[in-house]
Write a protein that binds this ligand. Structure first.
Ligand code: ZN
Length: 193
């Protein structure tokens, strides 16, 4: 499992709600944690690894030894947001890029866990930012879409470099053509949604 980078089209895809929570989905979540830790992340959304499903994993400590801090959210909904805070953010799908993002300070989030149980958390600070960043991903929104125009200008060159790398990967056949990508997406949706 590999983290896909900007401007891969699946990062713009609105993920579909999951209906089937089974062993296969639990295995996918475990692989997502592995991919997240190996890239030194604290959160990862399913579409970042090519899966069009409403699921993200997180561990706000980023420490793979701290299993008790791991959370999986299936079909997450942010029920309430409060306050405003601006902080430096990065994203595994935008390697090498960091920028200030305006977020809510507090979130009330509900989702289903891998046992099919409803879980609800009221968080502020870092976990609240992760939750907002990851639910954005599931709605096809990358963190650069939350930046001011000035902030975008500051990272223009880095974005262009990612674009060039992506085109190179497409030309080398590392990324399948769009029709093939959407065929794969449809097949996954048929299994879980
Ligand atoms: Zn991200």
């Amino acid at each position: 499992m590999k983290v896909l980078t900007y401007p891969h089209p699946i990062l713009k895809y609105r993920c579909k709600p999951i209906q089937k929570i089974n062993k296969e989905l639990r295995d996918i979540a475990a692989e997502m944690f592995e991919a997240m830790y190996s890239d030194e992340g604290v959160g990862l959304a399913a579409n970042q690894v090519g899966l069009p499903l409403q699921m993200f994993v997180m561990n706000s400590t980023g420490d793979s030894e701290k299993k008790e801090e791991e959370r999986v959210f299936i079909n997450p909904v942010i029920l309430k947001k409060k306050g405003k805070t601006t902080d430096d953010e990065g994203c595994l799908s935008f390697p090498g890029i960091r920028a200030d993002v305006l977020r809510s300070e507090y979130v009330d989030i509900e989702g289903i866990d891998l046992n099919g149980e409803v879980q609800r958390f009221q968080w502020s600070g870092f976990p609240a930012k992760i939750v907002q960043h990851e639910t954005d991903h599931l709605n096809g929104i990358g963190f650069i879409e939350r930046l001011t125009e000035t902030a975008i200008l500051n990272i223009k060159e880095e974005l262009e470099e990612l674009q060039v790398n992506f085109e190179g990967d497409c030309n080398l056949g590392f990324i399948p053509p769009v029709e093939e990508l959407f065929r794969q997406i449809k097949e996954i949706e048929d299994r879980f949604c």
